[in-house]
Design a binder for this molecule. Sequence first.
Ligand code: SF4
Length: 156
Amino acid sequence: MKRLRYWSVENARWLRRVYQIIESALVFLHPLFKRIGYPRLDRGFAALEKLVKGLLFDSQSCGQCTLGETGMACPMNCPKTLRNGPCGGVRSNGNCEVDPNMVCVWVTSWEGSKRVGDLESTIQVIQAPVDVRLKGTSAWLRAVRKKLSASSGESL
Ligand code: SF4
């Protein structure tokens, strides 16, 4: 729902904070997750994420969430699925060249990043190309393992 998607960008600052709190809680729960086994948890988390992020952000469940770094605007709503800024076709009113009824994802991302107030840790972060094999998997659990791997050097 586009209206809710735009609302989320307008409220990017506190929504991102909530997002970071959830991530910290999940990192805390890592020993438990490891014991159960991440593959066994993936489907349940992916379903929960689809529900929550689908409602608030029109998330396309790519499995490699960038919301915290794109002003809470999901780049997968860009018809060209661009993950590092706009194409050259943004209309003069800020709308998308492919879907004129939609504000360009990167215009909303810019607005959301300004609301977060930290461009260096948001829109200036270079995103890796999307890996379509991860679609439908849990981005939250992946983020936990990535964070822990980065701090421990251990592959999780
Ligand atoms: S105008 Fe924006 S949303 Fe539309 S295709 Fe280009 S980058 Fe994507």
